[in-house]
Design a protein around this ligand. Structure first.
Ligand code: SF4
Length: 710
């Protein structure tokens, strides 16, 4: 008998509502849920491919253990017993810091995996936590830690007059920055906002799907975000378009910022970045002249040289224009699952790297995102004699994601114990000593925490498991709790939504406890109008819209709170000098092109790249080139080409793409090419030019040569 269940997709941060048809515990169809008030039926190609991921595609029917070089089946309980014993022995011999955890893209799609996982690490006593954030998003954290952050958060796009997207393409990625409902049906949502009157500015070398909707599209050379952002600030500050009253109250070192950007005139930026000066002036006036609106950034600028400085300057646009929620304004969506009262004020700068334990391999390195070490240093930490001996990979594929594939592979082959928790085999799982079978999203209960606060009205959703998992598969958090129980320590779990300030709300998962997910969700749901019982009662409906909720207002700052956003701390000023003196004079060798990263609608980092649905549309990770660049080299569309960064080379197929900026090429990150599935990260030198604190190397804007292969 077939039945229809409602749930939500957890393949990316949009959490679109979904309807699944189930026959005899087997999902036979799924579609976007037209009744879902937030996503309203939207569903992308990755959501469609979920069923393949659920039922085929190397789905793990059970857990595996490496025996005599081969991975062989093992029961979950037996695997947990053995892994716990080996971890205990490593901790006894080398201390708790010899054990690390990696949280990948899949972990971000579970509302419990990372927060319980971080509780596992802190309760064990290891600071060795790594996530994908220090690959593609950490400049945002560095900015907040060096500048401080405004407590009430940015304005919402639904109430804005202007929005600036820097190197982010939400129509492909469904990522559009905090407080944005444009992650659901992004094209339609952006078009609707524009119809309402929103002005859209896009900074991106490529004429992306999103850039086609822009009122102003600035196309800098990859890696020139500093010049563009500094020129925008130059115009806004010199023409008095900033919010002086906000700056007087909340901003420190504005004069130093003004001085630092003075030499970045639009004409200077035009010479460096290739963007017409008149367009830069028009964009600055559009952004500064609006009443409300903010900026968001993505991988393009967050992976490029001087990524931290570029992000700092982008946030300075919000700061000098006072583009945060202000006292007295109504909060249209108060993030009912994860936020408390919201007020004006500043979290002061906090250089967490000075206050965290240091890495054995890099005594100068500490946590870069709150409580996370830089991913780019993981390989060194594994190979250091006093470094990591065991790594637990939670729902990720770091072998394909971390820069410098050859170095990472060598480290993963060297480590004493590699354990991967996943729903399917991945390249990392293939190297692991144990692969533990996890439940897929539709097999587990969950809260839509990732999108809490993003819809333009208060809403929340809980889903029950919609069908049973095979065998003894478990949720990631329960596997970690199972290990802790066997090792004999309780997990002190502090609930916080990833990226949000700590809540201070703690729950102890004791060695004798065996709670299910609902008990933890009950603890999370503390809002009086959205208790867990109310969400659970709506689990098979369409989510909970709190249409009758009295919307709160932003509170005024406490008079004692005199903290300020530091827009030009000495360290940033020094980076600015260095950038001006070196990077901005970058010259390419004759014939070199700049390789930049890109996202595909069909993939989420390394996920979905082996799906038949996806491969029918995009079978190969091609090198996208402008037709003129192909012709100049005597190359044809579809021809095999060798791409050489000087650090390493790979071979793939060229694809003519008129949306590329001439002189640039692009590939999707984390996707292997050729029979050995070598990812693009092989081209990156992890020890080359690196950012401060997060040690992000040059992952975009890489000079490469391209020639006919063979
Ligand atoms: S946009 Fe994200 S959440 Fe929505 S269907 Fe696609 S993958 Fe799923």
């Amino acid at each position: 008998m077939s039945l229809v269940r409602k749930s939500f997709c957890r393949n990316c941060g949009a959490t679109c509502g979904v309807e699944l048809e189930i026959e005899d515990n087997v999902p036979v169809a799924l579609r976007g849920d037209r009744d879902n008030p937030v996503s309203r039926g939207y569903f992308c190609i990755k959501g469609v491919a979920s069923l393949e991921r659920q039922q085929g595609l190397g789905r793990l029917p059970g857990s595996l253990k490496r025996t005599g070089g081969e991975l062989e089946p093992i029961a979950m309980d037996a695997a947990l017993d053995e892994i716990a014993a080996r971890l205990k022995e490593l901790v006894d011999r080398h201390g708790p810091a010899s054990v690390g955890l990696w949280f990948g893209t899949g972990a971000f799609s579970s509302s419990l995996a990372i927060s319980v996982g971080k509780g596992f690490a802190s309760s064990l006593g290891t600071p060795q936590i790594y996530t994908t954030q220090t690959i593609d998003q950490s400049p945002k954290a560095i900015t907040a830690l060096r500048m401080g952050a405004f407590k009430s958060g940015k304005q919402n796009i639904a109430t804005s007059d202007v929005w600036l997207l820097s190197a982010v393409n939400p129509i492909a990625s469904h990522q559009a920055g905090w407080g944005s409902h444009t992650m659901y049906a992004p094209g339609a949502a952006l078009r609707a906002e524009k119809k309402r009157g929103l002005k859209l500015i896009v900074i991106d070398p490529r004429r992306t799907e999103t850039a086609r909707l822009a009122d102003i599209h600035l196309r800098p050379k990859p890696g020139q975000d500093v010049a563009v952002n500094a020129a925008l600030l130059n115009v806004i500050l010199s023409e008095g378009l900033h919010d002086q009253a906000f700056c007087d109250r909340y901003v420190g070192n504005l004069d130093r910022l003004r001085e630092a950007v003075a030499r970045y005139t639009p004409e200077y930026a035009e010479r460096e970045a290739g963007v017409p000066a008149d367009d830069l002036r028009a964009a600055a006036r559009m952004f500064g002249g609006a009443r409300r609106g903010a900026t968001s950034s993505g991988t393009g600028s967050n992976m490029a040289p001087f990524a931290n400085l570029a992000d700092h300057l982008l946030e300075c646009l919000n700061v000098v224009c006072g583009r945060y929620r202000r006292a007295g304004e109504t909060i249209i969506n108060p993030s009912i699952l994860s936020a408390g009262p919201v007020g004006e004020g500043v979290y002061p700068p906090y250089p967490i790297w000075d206050h965290s334990p240091k890495m054995a391999s890099h005594p100068e390195a500490g946590w870069a995102c709150p409580t996370e070490y830089p991913a780019n240093l993981l390989a060194d930490e594994i190979l250091h004699p006093d470094g990591l001996k065991a790594l637990i990979v939670v729902a990720g594929n770091p072998l394909m994601a971390i820069p410098d594939y050859t170095a990472v592979r060598k480290a993963f082959e060297h480590i004493e114990l590699l354990v991967t928790l996943d729903v399917r085999m991945s390249e990392t799982a293939e190297l692991s000593d144990y692969v533990l079978a996890c439940k897929t999203p539709y097999e587990r209960a969950d809260l839509a925490l990732m999108t809490d606060g993003n819809s333009p009205f208060p809403a929340a959703q809980y889903t029950e498991p919609v069908f049973a998992a095979p065998g003894d598969a478990l949720e990631e958090w329960r596997i970690l709790h199972g290990l802790a129980r066997r090792m004999g320590f309780p997990i002190t779990w502090e609930f916080s939504n990833y990226g949000s300030p700590p809540t201070g709300r703690q729950m102890v998962l004791d060695v004798d406890d065996d709670p299910d997910s609902d008990e933890l969700f009950d603890f999370i749901c503390s809002h009086p109008e959205a208790p867990f019982s109310r969400l659970k009662a709506n689990a098979d409906a369409v989510g909970l819209v709190l249409a009758d909720m009295a919307l709160p207002k932003v509170l005024p700052a406490s008079p004692e709170d005199m903290a300020r956003l530091d827009v030009m701390p000495p360290e940033v000023a020094a980076e600015f000098e260095q950038c001006f003196a070196t990077h901005q004079r970058q010259h390419l060798d004759d014939g070199q092109l700049l390789l930049h990263s890109r996202r595909l609608l069909e993939a989420m980092n390394s996920n979905y790249l082996d799906s038949e649905t996806i491969l029918r549309r995009q079978p190969v990770n091609t090198l996208r080139m402008h037709p003129d660049d192909l012709a100049r080299r005597g190359l044809q569309d579809g021809q095999a080409v060798a791409v050489d960064s000087g650090h390493a080379a790979l071979t793939t197929l060229a694809e003519a793409d008129p949306t590329q900026l001439p002189g640039t090429v692009s590939m999707h990150h984390a996707w292997g090419v050729g029979p050995e599935k070598i990812p693009v990260s092989v081209l990156i030198d992890k020890d080359g030019m690196r950012e401060a604190h997060n040690f992000v190397p040059r992952m975009s804007g890489i000079p490469v040569t391209v020639r006919r292969a063979g």
